[in-house]
Design a protein around this ligand. Sequence first.
Ligand SMILES: Cc1cc2nc3c(=O)[nH]c(=O)nc-3n(C[C@H](O)[C@H](O)[C@H](O)COP(=O)(O)O)c2cc1C
Length: 189
Amino acid sequence: MIKKVILLSLLLIITQNRFAMAQNPTLETIFSRKSVRSYTDEPVSNKDLTLLVKAGMAAPSGMNKQPWEFLVIKDRAKMVELSNKLPYALMMKDAQALIVVIGNPKTSAYWYLDCSAAAQNILLAAESIGLGAVWTAGYPYEDRMETIASELSIPKPYRPLCVIPIGYPKGEQTPKNKWKEEKLHMNKW
Ligand SMILES: Cc1cc2nc3c(=O)[nH]c(=O)nc-3n(C[C@H](O)[C@H](O)[C@H](O)COP(=O)(O)O)c2cc1C
C-alpha cells in the first residue's frame, strides 16, 4: 500500500513538472537549450539574426551600462578563415552566420559579466526559434581574443567575449541533464 502511494506521488510530481514545462515556454527553452555544433545548409535570415541580437541587448547589465556591441558575420570566406585560426571553433566554417559578442572595458570593468548575460540570451533565443548555436570562447584567452579582433578588424579597446556560430541543427541533439540535488544548499551549506 505504502509503495503504491509513493509510486502514485512520484507519478503526480513528474506529470506536474511536465505540465508546468509545457505551460511555460521560457522554461521549455531553458531546459532544451544545448550546444549545437553541426548545421544544415539552410540559410538564416537577417530578420532572425537581428532578433537574436535584440535578445542579447535585452540582457541585464551592471548599472545598466550595456557595455556591448554585436558583430554579425555572414561572409563565408571570413568564417572559414577565422575557424582555421581557432582550433576550438572548427564548427564555424559550417555555420550560416556568426554573432560576435564584444565588450567595451572602458564602459564597464565588468564588461565580460554583462556580455555573458547577453550571450546566454542569444543562445536561448536561438533555441526558442529552432536555431542551433554554441558559445565559443574568446575571453579569457588573450591569444583567442587577439585572433578574433585582428581577423575581424575589431578596434581597440573592444574585446570579443565569444563567437556564437548559428545555423539550423543538423541531426538530433539532446540537452544534457545537469540537475544535481547535492549542489542545492537550502538555508545552510
Ligand atoms: C565560457 C564558455 C566557453 C566555451 N568555449 C567553447 C569553445 O571554445 N568551443 C566549444 O565547442 N564549446 C565551447 N563552450 C560550450 C561548452 O562546451 C558547453 O556549453 C558545455 O559542454 C555544456 O554543454 P551544453 O551547452 O550542451 O549544455 C563554451 C561555453 C562557455 C560557457
